[in-house]
Each structure stands twice: as structure tokens, then as C-alpha cells.
Design a protein around this ligand. Structure first.
Ligand code: MN
Ligand code: MN
Length: 419
């Protein structure tokens, strides 16, 4: 739909208008409805059959009404799934908590980002480790203590609560531990769809695979003192709830002092980036959270009946996690293809770079979800804003609308449109 020379025009910061490249992209998207109308005529204009006498999953069908009976604007050309519920994910359970993940293995379209959902009891530890991907996280429940060292070898220890974020760049060793009274649950997002929490470098595993005499020499201690090192990985294990934060910070810092980089971010200390009658959005990327160099977040709240307006992202795929409420999303793909799917708390959604989409609150409570991107700076382009900042005669000639209708389209991006 777009050629390479036009990509530069598209890669502008969100909330701005765009050039003619995207005109072609969305004109293609809008062509879906006329193609469908033709298909309908060819089929004799009959109403779509809605009988289903065969076996049905009576639990899942009502959760997925737009898959059971797609809206007539969806294409008959098939679009691969862009939804995976964490309910289906393999769970690894331990005494100190559990872990489950949605990667490109579970959701083939999710090539750029992977998500790991983890629970740690009070005192439960995700053991000291590091990995090749960057790790972004949001606390979903409870409180957790995180530790790391920075590239200068300086210590970082912090306590985090619901909606706080952390970010550990690749190769930075770290740990997570649940605090009282009831531990924590959080979502980790990695900048590699192929990432797996099973493929990290663990402290326990590393020690078990090194000759004891080498460890003895390396640490300058007697071999006998290391005889009880774990023989296999711990991954998640139960330990005592740690003491006061200040004591841990002081002990870990030693004479060298604390890390200058802050690997944590307090999301709710920041005012919403944009608020309307329909809801609000908080955008956190490297411009607000310096450590988050390669993963950006938009946390979106949509009130009942509201709509995360039609838009696309010129610079990155979007990985979604639904925290509360119910939604439906249509993704208009290339080649006259479009599909609508339904989402609820615990589901992962995915939208490839540049594809037009909206997210509508279909429930009667607030919808809260995350839009995650593998990028240092968040970008989006609003369909309304673009149409309102294109020569009016040109837009009217495309859409067969009158001037009053065009003038009613919002000139500034709302992000969340009221119901
Ligand atoms: Mn990690
Ligand atoms: Mn989006």
C-alpha cells in the first residue's frame, strides 16, 4: 500500500497530520465495504445464514460473538487470529508462584513482542537471572521488590506497587520478589516475539554447570564451602519476606553507592497524557521513562460505550493486554481483508504496524488495556485528524460526504471518543 519513500512521511510523532501515502492506505481499507457489497449481490442478496446445528463450545462462543457471527463488514478472505487468552497458556507452577507466557509460538502474528504473566507469593522469588531481550514490566497486583546492578556495577533495589513499571535492558542481571501481605502478580513484556522465560540465564543453573574447582578459584573460597549449591535451576522458589527496603539498599550498595539509573517508573504519579469524556491515556516511553529505551506503553481507559478512536501506528506493531472490561477490535488488513475479534481481561491482542484499528468498549464497566510497542518513542496517526487536515474537496470526492459532515469530523486527535 505504501512505498519506501513514503515511510519517512509516515514516521512522525502522533497527534499530527500526515501526507498522501496514508491516503492510499486507508482508501484501500474503505474499499472493503464496497467489495463486500458486491459479494453480497453476487450471492443473491440473501441474509447470511445464522443456523449452527452442529457441536458448539457453549462457554467460548458467547465470549466471542464477533467470531461466532462476524459483522457484515468483515471480509470473507480470512485473517489469521490476533487474539490469545492467557487462559490457554502453559503454566509452570512452583511453591513460590507461577509463570505463563504468550509468545510467537502461541500467537504466530506476535513477532516483535512476547508477554510473560507471573505470580509470586509473599517472599516468593523469581531468581537472579538475565537474558538477551529487554524486559519491561507492569505490576498488576500487590507489591514486589526488584533488584539489579547497572553497567557501572552499582546496585539498584526498589519496591513497586500496582501500575508501577520497571525496565531491565538486555544483559542487566535482576530479580523480583513478592512482598507482604500477599505477594504480587505482574506482566512482563520482552522486545522479541520469540523470547521464552524458559531460556534465561539463571544463577542456580549457571553454578550447577561449572566445575567446583573453578568456582572455588573464582570466588576465592574453599570448595567445601560450596558443596550445597543447587544442582538444578530454581526459577521460582519460596524464601522469607525481605526486611525493610532501606536496609537492603544500603547492604547492596556497599561503599560503591547506589545506581544512578532508575529502572522503575511510577505510572500513576504522572497525569494522563490525554483525557476526554470518553476516557484517558497515559503514554510512557523513553521521553518520560529514560530506562525504557526499546519498549513503549500506552495505558488506555475507555468508559462504557466509548471508543479508542480509529488510528494506526506508523513505526511499530502493537501488543495488547486487556486488564479489565470487555472490548471488540476490528483490524483492517491489506488486500481487502478485515476481521473483528472480542477481548476481555487476561487476553492478548496484536495489531501489525500500519494497520487501521479501533477498540470499542462493549461492556458496562471501564475498559482498561495496554498498547505495547517495540520502539523508543510512541507514535500514532488518527484517521479523523488526517481527514480533517487533507484538502476538503479531495476527501469529499473519496467518501461521497457533504461539507457539513466533513466539518463535523474532529480536527484534533481525541484518542478516546465518548459513547
Ligand atoms: Mn527477567
Ligand atoms: Mn493502537
Amino acid at each position: 500500500m505504501e512505498n519506501d519513500s513514503n515511510k519517512d512521511q509516515l514516521s512522525r510523532r502522533g497527534f499530527l497530520g500526515v501526507g498522501s501515502a496514508a491516503l492510499a492506505a486507508v482508501a484501500g481499507g474503505l474499499a472493503v465495504s464496497s467489495t463486500l457489497a458486491q459479494e453480497g449481490q453476487q450471492a443473491g442478496n440473501g441474509r447470511a445464514d445464522r443456523s449452527d446445528p452442529g457441536p458448539a463450545n457453549s462457554g467460548l462462543d458467547p465470549q466471542n460473538p464477533d467470531s461466532a457471527w462476524p459483522p457484515p463488514t468483515d471480509s470473507k478472505s480470512l485473517v489469521p487470529t490476533f487474539k490469545y487468552p492467557f487462559s490457554f497458556a502453559n503454566k509452570r507452577t512452583y511453591e513460590g508462584g507461577w509463570s505463563r507466557e504468550v509468545t510467537v509460538r502461541e500467537l504466530p502474528v506476535s513477532k516483535t513482542l512476547a508477554g510473560v504473566n507471573m505470580r509470586l507469593t509473599a517472599g516468593g522469588v523469581r531468581e537472579l537471572h538475565w537474558h538477551t531481550a529487554d524486559e519491561w514490566a507492569i505490576v498488576l497486583y500487590g507489591t514486589a521488590r526488584i533488584t539489579a546492578i547497572d553497567r557501572d556495577g552499582k546496585s539498584f533495589v526498589a519496591d513497586t506497587k500496582k501500575n508501577d513499571l520497571w525496565y531491565f535492558p538486555s544483559g542487566i542481571p535482576h530479580s523480583i520478589q513478592g512482598l507482604g501481605p500477599d505477594g504480587t502478580e505482574f506482566m512482563l513484556v520482552f522486545d522479541d516475539g520469540d523470547f521464552s522465560e524458559s531460556d534465561t540465564v539463571l544463577l542456580s543453573d549457571s553454578m550447577a554447570h561449572l566445575p567446583p574447582e573453578v568456582l572455588s578459584k573464582n570466588f576465592g573460597v574453599a570448595e567445601a564451602a560450596l558443596k550445597n549449591l543447587p544442582k538444578r535451576e530454581l526459577f521460582i522458589f519460596q524464601a522469607a519476606v525481605p526486611g525493610p527496603l532501606e536496609a537492603d539498599q544500603k547492604a547492596a550498595a556497599g561503599a560503591r553507592g547506589k545506581a544512578s539509573s532508575d529502572f522503575a517508573f511510577r505510572t500513576m504519579d504522572m497525569p494522563p497524557t490525554k483525557r476526554t469524556k470518553g476516557g484517558e491515556v497515559r503514554i510512557v516511553d523513553s521521553t518520560t521513562f529514560k530506562a525504557a529505551t526499546n519498549i513503549a506503553m500506552a495505558m488506555v481507559t475507555v468508559h462504557p460505550g466509548g471508543l479508542r478512536e480509529l488510528h494506526w501506528h506508523p513505526n511499530a506493531d502493537e501488543w495488547q493486554y486487556y486488564i479489565t472490561g470487555k472490548a471488540r477490535m476490528t483490524v483492517v488488513s491489506t488486500g481487502n481483508r478485515a476481521r473483528t475479534m472480542d477481548f476481555q481481561a487476561g487476553d492478548v491482542g496484536y495489531v501489525e504496524k500500519t494497520l487501521l484499528h479501533y477498540i470499542e468498549n462493549t461492556g458496562n464497566t471501564d475498559l482498561v488495556f495496554l498498547e505495547m510497542f517495540k520502539t523508543s518513542v510512541y507514535q500514532d496517526i488518527s484517521l479523523s485528524e488526517w481527514l480533517a487536515h487533507t484538502p476538503p474537496e479531495l476527501v469529499m470526492a473519496h467518501l461521497n460526504i457533504d461539507r457539513a459532515t466533513l466539518d463535523a469530523i474532529p480536527r484534533d486527535e481525541l484518542v478516546v471518543v465518548p459513547g
